[in-house]
Design a binder for this molecule. Structure first.
Ligand SMILES: *Cc1c(COP(=O)(O)O)cnc(C)c1O
Length: 378
């Protein structure tokens, strides 16, 4: 197999990775070996450093995809008598609510339209009206649309009312600024394979050590109990159950490269430039984004489907033949498609992508990317 023939992944994840990160997996590491224990400690230390300072905060990785870590955080940090306020303006906010229902945690929701940020005043009203709510949870970037939620404002409201904040920063961690010193959070959840540009297979939670210490016995799950997982790391630096050693070796390398690129600032700058090139190029072809620029995060863009002879499948296959993988829309309303600007992807890649879109439009007989008035859309 020749990785140079794989398509560039302009998706929400898994994403295109560097050869260096993939190469770091070419190891067999014993889970109890001193080298692996040290590598694991390095990963945990580097992950905390992205958003907070030790020793107030610590990092607990967990085997699985990002959702495993979200479920682990909610199940461990929210006591059985607790109640979560889920902020819902897309699929990932809705998933927080669904997890709470499934694991038996009381949950209420503030809902907003998919193209609008979570409203901090609505959060404040919900908290004022329900003293039983102990935790507020929201997605930093709602990847459903690519929308940036106002985490600092929601954090301020939660703090003022003495409630704890859990942030699903899956598609933001490592690229969008978030610091515990400025935005008081109980826990931030993310995974290896989005803006950190590692390979999929591990999620993690950066949480207040005090909160983890107080969470013994909360979790309804054995495998997803972050308190127990954390106690294991603190005791001997080892994982409770088989660690994904190659995934962690790749994540360590990915984190070193993240630091070399200038950390959150450097990575965020590249993604913002990717976004600019994408918006400019697609805009020139007539495409219209779903979101207003003020709430568009430099992560993934939702485009309204063009009028005329549109078929996502045809568009997708033609772009795939030209070396690019895009993503379907995830909206309940208007037909859309999504193009990501994260991963080992550079402004020149987005320029080539826009060129490929122009070719495909010609082949499909699409005169413009402008959305139809409604009648021609499928
Ligand atoms: C990708 C993503 C998830 C879920 O991640 P999986 O790895 O698919 O489980 C959760 N929340 C947000 C905001 C995401 O972007």
């Amino acid at each position: 197999m020749d990785p140079s023939r794989d398509p560039l992944l302009l998706t929400p994840g898994p994403l295109t990775t560097s050869a260096g990160v993939r190469g770091a997996m070419d190891r067999d590491l014993g889970s109890r070996d001193a080298e692996f224990v040290a590598l694991n400690a390095e990963v945990r230390r580097r992950l905390v450093a992205v958003v907070a300072a030790e020793p107030e905060y610590t990092c607990v990785p967990v085997q699985g995809s990002g959702t495993f870590a979200v479920e682990a955080a909610l199940g461990t940090l929210v006591p059985r008598s607790g109640k979560v306020l889920a902020c819902v303006n897309g699929a990932y906010g809705a998933r927080i609510r669904q997890i709470c229902q499934r694991i038996g945690r009381d949950v209420a929701a503030v809902e907003c339209p998919e193209d609008r940020p979570v409203d901090p005043e609505a959060v404040d009203r919900a908290l004022a009206g329900d003293p039983g709510i102990t935790h507020v949870a929201l997605a930093h970037c709602e990847t459903t649309t690519g929308l940036l939620n106002p985490v600092p404002a929601v954090a301020a409201v939660a703090a003022a009312r003495g409630r704890r904040l859990i942030v699903d920063a899956m598609s933001a961690f490592g690229a969008l600024p978030l610091r515990a010193e400025a935005v008081p959070f109980e826990a931030v959840v993310a995974s290896s394979n989005k803006c950190l540009e590692g390979v999929p297979g591990v999620g993690f939670v950066v949480a207040r050590a005090r909160a983890l210490a107080a969470a013994a016995g909360n979790s309804p799950s054995l495998a997803l109990d972050l308190h127990d997982q954390w106690r294991g790391f603190e005791a001997n630096g080892q994982w409770r159950f088989t660690p994904p050693v190659q995934v962690l070796a790749a994540l360590a390398e990915a984190l070193r490269r993240h630091a070399d690129e200038g950390g959150v600032e450097g990575r965020g700058a590249r993604y913002r430039e990717n976004l600019r090139v994408l918006q400019e190029g697609m805009g020139a072809l007539g495409f219209v984004p779903l979101l207003s620029p003020s709430v568009q995060a430099p992560i993934i863009v939702t485009w309204r489907a063009p009028g005329g002879p549109w078929s996502f499948e045809v568009f997708y296959r033609a772009l795939r033949e030209r070396g690019f993988a895009i993503y379907p829309g995830k909206l309940t309303r208007a037909p859309t498609f999504r193009v990501g600007c994260i991963g080992q992807v550079f402004p020149d890649d987005l320029r080539r992508f826009v060129g490929a879109v122009a070719e495909v439009m010609e082949a499909m007989g699409l005169p413009s990317g402008a959305p139809g008035t409604g009648e021609g859309e499928a």
